[in-house]
Design a binder for this molecule. Structure first.
Ligand code: GLU
Length: 276
């Protein structure tokens, strides 16, 4: 670990209520920071267009308080759009992004591509799409060009150690959405840097995206944190918890008077009731 003070964060999207999986993520980030005398941040990631319900942010704060967590809140993503646009401009000017207005279905219909290392990734419309930037097109990262430019870079995870960044399996990801000046990948990378996060903690379901973030850090000359991808909380069928699969949201447990601090301790011991 570096000598920098440890700064972790919990970065929920107000697309739905928080459930136990979110609670676990927040507890892990909180405890790692506290054990190291560091700082634990809350950042509301509210740029998901119509899926985003900013009014849920207040409920999130009540949930975290109920779990017995303390945090410092940094500005929500919706207040940072200018910084995303500036970074995107920089990437466009350097030739790393290209416009694409293809639908998911059109992209899925393209033949898969194998590169020289035998890595297979979905064909992108890099050479076939005739969209123009600013005309309702998204901007995608030309990953081959990006990787050729940055060379070999590694990222370090607390559990898995050093990993060579290789995001090719994700293809030419969208960096600027059609409707917003950033995608999750660009926004989260910029925000973690701007907020001084030194240890990015999140569920292992987002591990693949870390490859992209690491490449973006090089292209945008951002500081490089370390990562801690934690195991997910699964339901009795081994499925990721989500509200739609019947896991009660934290707010519901809170409202019936369950003891949130006791639940947080049970989660720390990974011995808790999923609720019904
Ligand atoms: N906002 C993302 C989510 O709620 C998490 C982002 C992250 O931790 O990197 O899934």
């Amino acid at each position: 670990m570096s000598d920098l003070p440890l700064v972790t964060r919990f970065a929920p999207s107000p697309n739905g209520q928080l459930h136990l999986g979110h609670a676990y993520s927040a507890i892990v980030a909180h405890d790692l920071a506290r054990e190291a005398g560091g700082q634990f941040l809350l950042r509301i990631e509210d740029i998901d267009g119509p899926r985003s319900h900013p009014e849920l942010a207040e409920e999130f704060r009540r949930d975290l308080e109920w779990l017995g967590l303390e945090w410092d809140e940094v500005p929500a993503q919706s207040t940072r759009l200018d910084s995303y646009a500036a970074a995107a401009r920089k990437l466009v000017e350097a030739g790393f992004l290209y416009p694409c207005d293809c639908t998911r279905r059109e992209i899925a219909a393209l033949p898969p591509r194998k590169d020289a290392d035998g890595v297979e990734y979905p064909g992108s419309c890099r050479s076939t799409c005739e969209a123009k930037a600013g005309e309702g097109a998204a901007l995608r990262l030309d990953i081959d060009r990006a990787m050729a430019t940055v060379g070999e870079v590694v990222w370090t995870d607390a559990h898995i150690g050093s990993v060579v960044a290789d995001p090719r399996a994700l293809g030419d990801v969208v960096i600027v959405r059609k409707d917003l000046p950033a995608s999750y990948n660009l926004a989260v990378t910029l925000d973690d840097a701007a907020d001084g996060v030194t240890l990015v903690t999140r569920g292992e379901d987002l591990l693949e995206t870390t490859h992209i973030h690491r490449i973006l850090q090089e292209l945008l000359e951002l500081p490089v944190p370390q990562w801690h991808h934690h195991a997910l909380i699964l339901d009795d069928n081994g499925e990721k918890l989500a509200k739609r699969r019947g896991s009660p949201p934290l707010a519901a447990r809170r409202e019936v008077g369950e003891d949130g601090r006791a639940l947080a301790d049970q989660m720390r011991a990974r011995k808790f009731d999923l609720g019904s």
